[in-house]
Write a protein that binds this ligand. Structure first.
Ligand SMILES: Cc1cc2nc3c(=O)[nH]c(=O)nc-3n(C[C@H](O)[C@H](O)[C@H](O)COP(=O)(O)OP(=O)(O)OC[C@H]3O[C@@H](n4cnc5c(N)ncnc54)[C@H](O)[C@@H]3O)c2cc1C
Ligand code: SF4
Length: 446
């Protein structure tokens, strides 16, 4: 963030006034003219700017559907809000991948063609790495400041390393072009897969660039659409990428404002355990479970892992262990390069922890080791066995899945999508022993 801010000030030269002050109010005291600010990205910041004299608040930037359109759409639903429904509305509204009023190819969602496990025996996907970022003098100054602040006692999360994400528009555009030309084709089929030696696979790694305002999501959407219509890029990948941006990203943004401020503290599964120290401190080396250890190491070293490790490894583990959703929101917010309050709330509280009991998802994203085994290469080298729920090699995800269902069964009982899983739970004869085993695991690193 600091690098992007300083690069922008340098690009604008004498058209920018870059003030370095302790607080925003201190900066405002140094300016006499009326000011405009883009709609901020958190409730607290919005309160703050709305309370200032001489400051006009402009509409938000960096999202596709306007707030009044979302509100009109959501108000009409009056019940559970579903991304897929919103996504179709947005496709029509913005005329994306549409042939008149019909979706290209006649299908709205091609996810069924995707969701493939990693190619057998592969250690990485056959796609070139994104263009490298070369640090410059501005990055060196940022590093000096960070080192000084660390010496003064400010605690940072994770390990320092080279800057891996765009901080200028030119860097972001180069990444987008490279993604569309060389990586997009494999984005769809392998979007849900994980490889221990290829953390990015065919993901775009552009979330930080979108969130910093270096790229507009619609330019990425149009560029992917063109790649399909003009260059024949596979529709399942293009549709999948478009859905992430005009569907998920916008949906999550709008829900942050549409739900009331109390949504952030939802905890309707009554998850009341604190996040243990090894997780809070991102101590990947304390963890023996291969999947969790590798994903934590990715957060520690890069501040980024792709969507499935976030949802199905980190979030899934927290859900199974009954960690407080609010603590997880804070953890994701502070640990990720693309972390912002608006993006955390629905993704963590609603999607990953199901703490709203279905206001935005149809069922909890809880899964055992069989899922991780099918979608990754982690289990082969792990000291646990994904098929075992009991014993010294019992997989913490497999055992944790049943322990979670047992704990949440009353609250999930009314959900038809959970009926099969809850029926399976009834048939587990060694359940008491599994529960005792997981109780004993408690806050210890698996
Ligand atoms: C528990 C959890 C925490 C998350 N935290 C963040 C976060 O702090 N910041 C963040 O930007 N995204 C977050 N996401 C969403 C998503 O995982 C990341 O945007 C994505 O992994 C970033 O990698 P990428 O740019 O390669 O994405 P790609 O897989 O290439 O997807 C393309 C773009 O779609 C957008 N996108 C896709 N899914 C979502 C989503 N659910 N919410 C918002 N945008 C989405 C992103 O802008 C992303 O760059 C989170 C998801 C979960 C389940
Ligand atoms: S066996 Fe379990 S803990 Fe080990 S990698 Fe597989 S899912 Fe993760």
């Amino acid at each position: 963030m600091l690098s992007a801010l300083r690069h922008r000030a340098a690009e604008l030269g004498d058209r920018a006034v870059h003030l370095r002050t302790e607080t925003y109010r201190d900066a405002l005291r140094q300016v006499d003219e009326p000011l405009e600010v883009c709609h901020p990205t958190s409730r607290r910041a919005r309160e703050f700017v709305r309370g200032l004299d001489r400051v006009a608040v402009l509409p938000p930037r960096g999202f596709v559907t306007a707030q009044p359109d979302f509100v009109a759409w959501a108000d009409e639903r009056r019940g559970a809000l579903r991304m897929e429904d919103f996504y179709r509305y947005a496709r029509r509204l913005h005329d994306v991948l549409m042939d008149d009023d019909v979706p290209v190819s006649g299908r709205w969602n091609l996810d069924a063609d995707n969701r493939q496990p990693p190619p057998k025996g592969a250690t990485r996907l056959d796609v070139p790495d994104p263009p490298e970022i070369v640090e410059d003098d501005i990055d060196a100054q940022v590093r000096e400041d960070l080192d000084r602040w660390a010496a003064e006692g400010i605690e940072f999360v994770g390990r320092d390393g080279p800057r891996r994400f765009p901080a200028t528009r030119a860097e972001a555009l180069a990444r987008l072009r490279h993604f569309v030309d060389h990586r997009l084709a494999l984005f769809g089929p392998y979007g849900d897969a994980m490889l221990s030696t290829d953390p990015a696979m065919a993901h775009s790694m552009l979330s930080a660039a979108f969130n910093l305002g270096l790229l507009d999501p619609m330019e990425a959407v149009r560029s992917a659409e063109r790649a399909h219509r003009v260059d024949g890029a596979p529709l399942s990948s293009v549709e999948g990428f478009v859905r992430q941006l005009i569907g998920w990203r916008d949906f999550v943004w709008h829900l942050y404002w549409y739900f009331d401020a109390g949504y952030r503290s939802s905890n309707r599964l009554a998850a009341n355990r604190s996040i243990p120290a090894w997780f809070a401190d991102i101590d990947a080396d304390a963890v023996q479970a291969s999947c969790l250890s590798d994903v934590l190491a990715g957060v520690r070293d890069r501040g980024w892992v792709h969507h499935i490790p976030r949802l199905m490894v980190l979030g899934n583990y927290g859900l199974q262990r009954g960690w407080r959703p609010g603590e997880l929101v804070d953890w994701f917010h502070r640990s990720f390069v693309d972390g912002y309050e608006w993006v955390m709330t629905a993704n963590v509280v609603g999607m990953s922890q199901y703490a709203d009991l279905g206001r935005m998802s149809t069922r909890p994203y809880a899964a055992g080791g069989a899922y991780v085994n099918r979608m990754s290469d982690y289990c082969g080298g792990c000291r646990y066995d994904p098929r075992h729920r009991l014993g010294v090699d019992a997989c913490p995800f497999t055992a944790g899945y049943w322990a979670f269902l047992d704990r949440a069964r009353d609250r999930l009982g009314g959900n038809v999508r959970m009926t099969r899983s809850l029926r399976q739970l009834e048939q587990i004869d060694d359940l008491p022993a599994v529960l005792a085993q997981e109780q004993a695991r408690g806050p210890h690193a698996p």
